[in-house]
Design a protein around this ligand. Structure first.
Ligand code: SAM
Length: 326
């Protein structure tokens, strides 16, 4: 039985010489080569998406480009703009914050439990003083009091997945730093929707162990917990296909470079098995925009005043303008 400490955010999960997930990220040497400079999230591929015109079918992106496109897509669906103050929880080496700050002019605060990640974030921020970027080594399971401001956006890419055992507590911690009308813009690594979250031994061996995951919820359970915590979904997208494409691309690069995981396994094989796990429905990925109010506010405009036709789980990105007289 693993020890869980929601306060520190660390849980003992020895794999080779890695004691826990912080140790994994601090020691990881493959990310810049395989995933792109400073990036630790998967990609968004327009040719797989219903949101983009079909002409995109002719121009599949490479993985590193797709990782930037995911940032941009999250900025769009989260409607992040220069009036926002964003808290990126589990910001890694700053790939998301840099693009948010550059593309929108928003103020971004990033926290991460990884010592080497935050060193890299601060180095980049110092070299780019025109961007409003602040970073701190901290756990989002216990956000330090001096950072407990009220943020208009809580942003996370593939970080919450380390705490699905305590997903309720993590969502409650985020609620404590949300300003009125704030939205959460989350991209998370998921498990299976099968009864009991059932997974094969191959998936446990090649996915869960390597990433120091203990429990991963599937799409349905993840949404159920969020709604249980009082969140309303303003947007939800299943990114399983994008995850398949990402890990196919990553597998090639990892094999080419001969990277190994802490248990000695070929990283390329781990990634190829991840593709199989997604195809079996044992692993998945989502993108969600959630609020604590049933409706969202943008730039002071109460969307209740907009004469749109959305259902409770509809997307809102087509509803920026009133459609008719009240
Ligand atoms: C897959 S990486 C994603 C990093 C970044 N969001 C990105 O997309 O490039 C997950 C990150 O979550 C961080 N993390 C894990 N547990 C954390 C915690 N309790 N508090 C803060 N960061 C945490 C890890 O150090 C790692 O940088």
């Amino acid at each position: 039985m693993r020890q869980m400490s929601i306060k520190s955010g660390l849980r003992a999960s020895q794999v080779g010489d890695e004691a826990n997930q912080k140790d994994y990220y601090d020691k990881a040497v493959h990310y810049d080569t395989c995933w792109g400079l400073d990036n630790i999230h998967t990609g968004y591929y327009p040719h797989l998406s219903a949101h983009f015109p079909s002409s995109s079918d002719y121009a599949p992106l490479e993985f590193k480009q797709a990782a930037f496109t995911l940032n941009g897509h999250m900025i769009n669906v989260g409607r992040i703009n220069r009036n926002d103050t964003v808290l990126d929880v589990g910001c890694g080496k700053g790939h998301g914050p840099v693009q948010i700050a550059r593309q929108t002019g928003a103020k971004v605060v990033g926290i991460d439990i990884g010592t080497s990640n935050i060193v890299r974030c601060k180095e980049y921020a110092a070299q780019n003083p025109e961007l409003d970027l602040t970073y701190e080594e901290a756990s989002f399971t216990d956000i330090p009091a001096h950072l407990k401001n009220k943020y208009s956006v809580i942003f996370a890419q593939l970080a919450i997945n380390h705490y699905h055992t305590d997903l309720h507590s993590v969502f409650e911690e985020f609620k404590s730093v949300m300003a009125p009308g704030a939205r959460c813009v989350f991209n998370d690594y998921l498990g299976s929707d099968r009864p009991g979250g059932e997974m094969s031994d191959d998936t446990k061996e090649h996915v869960l162990k390597r990433l120091h995951f203990d429990v991963l919820h599937g799409h349905r359970e993840w949404r159920r917990i969020a709604e249980d915590c009082g969140f309303y979904f303003q947007y939800y997208e299943n990114l399983d296909d994008h995850m398949v494409q990402s890990y196919k691309d990553l597998s090639h690069t990892a094999y080419q470079n001969g990277f190994k995981s802490a248990d000695g396994a070929e990283l390329g094989k781990n990634y190829a098995e991840t593709v199989e796990a997604i195809m079996r429905g044992e692993i998945g990925m989502n993108l969600a925009v959630m609020t604590l109010e049933p409706r969202v506010y943008f730039n002071g405009v109460d969307t209740k005043d907009m004469n749109d036709m959305r259902g409770p789980h509809g997307t809102y990105h087509n509803c920026a303008y009133p459609l008719g007289p009240k």
